[in-house]
Design a protein around this ligand. Structure first.
Ligand SMILES: [Mg+2]
Length: 275
């Protein structure tokens, strides 16, 4: 049997950038009794809390189940675990006391981290801004007050053409055929070829050090959890060549391609049904 169920987040567990629905939360809670559950995505830690963890709390997850949740943040370049009784360097032991420990956000512990240097962040930020301006797709005038196009996510830099707060409909219409982002990426890759540029979501480009994609994150996951590829079942929506889930497929990890969280729910019900 598989030991790990690993998930892309946006469009796999939720509608992109929104908290996971009740049904997914309830299914994940059930799965936490039998599997290590590993979301891995380019989002920041706070987004993992908003989109997944807080929803699980609302739906009644207990502390022992949370200890089976492993967060692979920023494409797995950061790894967080939950220690029901507060962080200690000893392994987490299940016990009745652990089960009942009240949830505390401070019990999340950063186990490892591979950040970009300040110079690398600076370089990518400059290159993305220049490239968007030169191609005519720097949309600063469309931003909401206080919003930003380029965001430092610690181990990657994220470009969101219309900012973080733009509406979904507006974003879907901006670059449906990805041509605008391909043009920006082509320019950026010319200027700074030492970085990798991945098109994701509806208006985003993620830039990071070469090789720091989901293959890096999944490889670290196998290492820290002490498991093999065959122990993992991965769910993702962008598994086609060039998609941000494709590196996982290429590694030879069993993968289920989903169109949306509805497909994921369907597959999870099947898995829970045969346990
Ligand atoms: Mg996705």
């Amino acid at each position: 049997m598989k030991k790990v169920l690993a998930f892309d987040i946006d469009q796999t567990l939720n509608v992109a950038k929104t908290p996971i629905p009740d049904e997914i939360a309830d299914l994940l809670i059930k799965c936490l009794d039998d599997f290590m559950i590993c979301p891995i995505s380019g989002q920041k830690f706070d987004q993992f809390l908003i989109q997944i963890v807080n929803r699980l709390i609302e739906r009644g997850v207990n502390a022992a189940q949370l200890a089976n949740l492993h967060l692979f943040v920023a494409q797995g370049t950061q790894y967080y675990r939950y220690y029901p009784n507060g962080y200690s360097d000893k392994p987490i032991q299940a016990s009745a006391a652990t089960d009942k420990a009240p949830y505390d956000k401070n019990n999340w512990h950063l186990e490892y981290d591979f950040p970009l240097t300040d110079e690398e962040v600076e370089k990518i930020t400059t290159v993305l801004e220049e490239s968007a301006k030169e191609t005519g797709y720097w949309e600063e005038d469309k931003l909401e007050e206080g919003d930003e196009i380029i965001e430092n996510r610690h181990s990657m830099v994220a470009f969101s053409a219309l900012g973080q707060h733009a509406g979904t409909a507006q974003k879907y219409g901006w670059d449906a055929d990805t041509k605008k982002r391909q043009a920006i990426v082509a320019k950026a890759a010319e200027k700074a070829p030492e970085f990798q540029y991945e098109i994701g979501g509806t208006t985003s480009i993620n830039a990071f050090k070469k090789g720091m994609n989901k293959e890096f994150g999944m490889t670290k996951m196998l290492e820290v959890l002490g498991i093999e590829k065959k122990d993992v079942l991965y769910f993702g929506d962008m598994t086609q060549p060039g998609g941000n889930d494709y590196p996982v497929v290429k590694m030879g990890i069993d993968t289920i391609t989903v169109r949306s969280h509805e497909d994921t729910a369907y597959a999870l019900r099947g898995i829970l049904g045969v346990l």
